[in-house]
Design a binder for this molecule. Structure first.
Ligand code: AHR
Length: 656
């Protein structure tokens, strides 16, 4: 029962106008019954969506500092400046011999040296006291005497690290040397001075921080992976997103071209290079240094189930919409079957053997994969059916994630939703990029979904606050709270909703195309948005079972601006309550918890709040809106919580 201290009139006024001060003293009684275990919350419930957008991979998570290391960008020397006689550097085309890596450079050395400077991805982040691993694939004719003098430069061009390497080999060979950095640079660069007598051929000029995630070669940025690991995500969806589809089929994502030797992974243009005119990024290409093996290992490292999404024989329908005729779809379907074998096969299988040869004897235990990203229409259903039949025949236990199109409603959605329910799809992938109001209004979206139909994957979502400049939609607290409010509904319906992920995940502050995004970074630093903290708090406190939390016998989904849900963790004996106040008023919540006396007399409360709903985090103020822990003593027969304006709380009680 609701307990309105100001009486019915105040409730009516407050309900009509959330921001009126009249509602400020409202206190409501929410009943929670932790003894009634309802839906099971899947371990996969909260995960992450990764796509190479906003320089999320090249220039971001992938720790390579050299841009255009193999001279494969449309302009072969993009990212490189030649100091000295520029005619000394020639780009050589060897397309026929090496279609996977068709270019390298031939440099005529000189006594004073030809200097090649790589600008990195909007500069290179260099840390004082750390070492940087330089490598190059090179050859020089026998008898040549060319040395590479290497310099780390800060933003003013001052040398902050040196090393040299003499690549003496008439055949292509990899040479490596480590360069210690004596100072920090946020926008540093790498100079390669080609000195001596003769010519030298250079390819795959690379520089990595020695300190990558788990100190792996060809590794990932440790600070960014840590942000993901801290979320303990239930799954990682990769590699996208629209990048799966490609503008044209020729630049769709092809996983087989992303495993094995890095220099054999064909670089292609990133579709986000040209997607948005107002955010054109001409230097955005995909090196695939972060490829499928790295994705699987990342998933394993952070304890997340891998969820690859594959092209279904259709290029992006917002772009070319190219279609693979159904009688030519076999290679696409085969890619899916081979991927499962790559992840789960043993040494007797072709693709399992490849995984093992890449240093990973253990299986990745792939349980699900997506067929198509945001595809729609009858062509999609037709192609999906062919994939489904082949995958289920060979791997009946593998669940297929299926697109419901670009939007959570409308004709595309309705048609696919009906078709795939008839086809008994395993998991439907719903996407919603909508204003905060949509999220607040849709907290009950899944209350009425068919309990016996396909499971739901809220595969891409984010509340988009209209900005002054529409492209610069902010990751502000209002958006984060709208998502938190909506997520009470995802969690309450955990019997139907098995997975959810915010999108996109990463954005470089100087090179983004799409905003908002969960985590922002520059070359040295990063910060989590308020939205990140919402995702993290849900993920760390998901519990194992939903338990009833009601107001007047109803789910709490916006009454007086409050959204709430409760779960228990039946392993740890914790009761976990999420309480979101999207209103500008302080609200008193009396939590009437069954068997309260079985719990310890302290509640652990984590609060994300700010007096201003438009508050944002930034590189300068990364923690402005971030969770704060507190404790509340339980004195009477209820737990009294004050939900501050614009706040999200996770309240944890522990069994005695
Ligand atoms: O997350 C950004 C994009 O939004 C994804 O690539 C696509 O699937 C969706 O349209």
């Amino acid at each position: 029962m609701i307990n309105i201290k100001l009486g019915k009139l105040a409730m009516a006024v407050g309900a009509m106008c959330l921001s009126t001060a009249a509602f400020a003293q409202t206190s409501a009684v929410y009943t929670i019954d932790p003894t009634q275990l309802k839906a099971t919350v899947q371990p996969t419930m909260y995960g992450v969506f990764f796509e190479d957008i906003n320089m999320g991979a090249d220039g971001g998570l992938y720790a390579e500092l050299v841009k255009n290391r193999s001279f494969e960008f449309d302009r072969n020397l993009m990212g490189w400046t030649i100091k000295g006689d520029s005619s000394a550097v020639k780009v050589i085309d060897r397309k026929t011999e090496r279609p996977d890596n068709p270019h390298y450079i031939k440099v005529a050395a000189s006594t004073q040296g030809i200097m090649l400077v790589n600008e990195g991805f909007r500069g290179m982040g260099i840390r004082k006291g750390e070492a940087y691993n330089f490598s190059v694939i090179a050859r020089q004719p026998a008898g040549g005497n060319v040395t590479l003098q290497l310099q780390l430069l800060d933003e003013s061009g001052k040398v902050i690290g040196t090393a040299s390497v003499q690549p003496k080999s008439a055949e292509w060979r990899k040479f490596k040397v480590s360069i210690p950095a004596s100072a920090q640079a946020a926008k540093g660069s790498l100079a390669v001075v080609v000195q001596g007598k003769g010519t030298i051929d250079l390819d795959m000029i690379s520089l990595f921080p020695q300190r990558t995630w788990k100190n792996r070669e060809n590794g990932l940025r440790a600070d960014l992976v840590q942000m993901l690991a801290d979320m303990k995500p239930g799954f990682i969806r990769f590699p996208g997103g629209c990048i799966v589809e490609g503008r044209y089929l020729v630049n769709r994502y092809q996983w087989k071209k992303t495993v094995g030797d890095v220099d054999k992974r064909e670089t292609i243009i990133n579709r986000w290079n040209t997607e948005f005119k107002h955010r054109s990024t001409p230097d955005y290409f995909q090196s695939f240094g972060l490829g499928f093996m790295e994705y699987f290992m990342l998933a394993e490292d952070i304890g997340a189930e891998p969820l690859p999404i594959l092209n279904c024989g259709m290029a992006c329908q917002f772009n070319s919409g190219e279609l693979v005729p159904v009688d030519q779809i076999d290679p696409y379907v085969q890619d899916a079957l081979d991927l499962i074998e790559f992840a789960n096969g043993d040494a007797s299988t072709k693709w399992g053997k490849l995984r093992i040869s890449l240093g990973h004897p253990a299986k990745f235990n792939l349980k699900m994969l997506g067929v198509g990203n945001e595809n729609w229409g009858p062509n999609y259903v037709e192609r999906w059916t062919l994939f489904r039949d082949a995958i289920k025949k060979k791997y009946p236990q593998v669940k297929i994630v299926t697109s419901t199109g670009t939007d959570p409603d409308g004709a595309r959605f309705d048609t696919l939703n009906t078709a795939f329910r008839k086809l008994n799809a395993d998991i439907l992938d719903e996407h919603y990029y909508r204003p905060p109001q949509w999220f607040r209004d849709n907290a009950k979206r899944y209350d009425s979904y068919d309990r016996n139909g396909p499971k739901i994957f809220a595969g891409e979502y984010a509340a988009h606050v209209p900005g002054v400049d529409d492209a610069l939609k902010k990751n502000n607290l209002e958006a984060a709270l709208a998502e938190a409010a909506f997520m009470t509904g995802l969690e309450r319906n955990a019997d139907v909703v098995n997975m959810a992920s915010y999108a996109p995940l990463f954005a470089h502050v100087d090179a983004w195309q799409w905003a908002p995004d969960l985590i922002w970074f520059d070359n040295l630093k990063h910060y989590g948005t308020p939205n990140y903290y919402v995702q993290k708090l849900y993920s760390l406190n998901k519990g194992t079972n939903v338990v009833p939390m009601l107001l007047n016998g109803q789910p709490i989904a916006g009454q007086a601006g409050i959204y709430a849900n409760a779960t228990v963790n039946n392993k740890s004996g914790e009761l976990l309550i999420k309480l979101v106040n999207v209103s500008g008023n302080s609200q008193n919540a009396d939590l009437n918890i069954k068997d309260l006396n079985k719990y310890q007399k302290t509640a652990w409360v984590t609060t994300l709040k700010n007096a201003k709903p438009n508050a944002v985090n930034s590189l300068a103020e990364p923690q402005l809106v971030s969770p704060v822990d507190s404790q509340v003593s339980i004195t009477g027969d209820k737990l009294a919580i004050a939900a501050e304006p614009y706040s999200f709380k996770v309240i944890k009680l522990k069994l005695k």
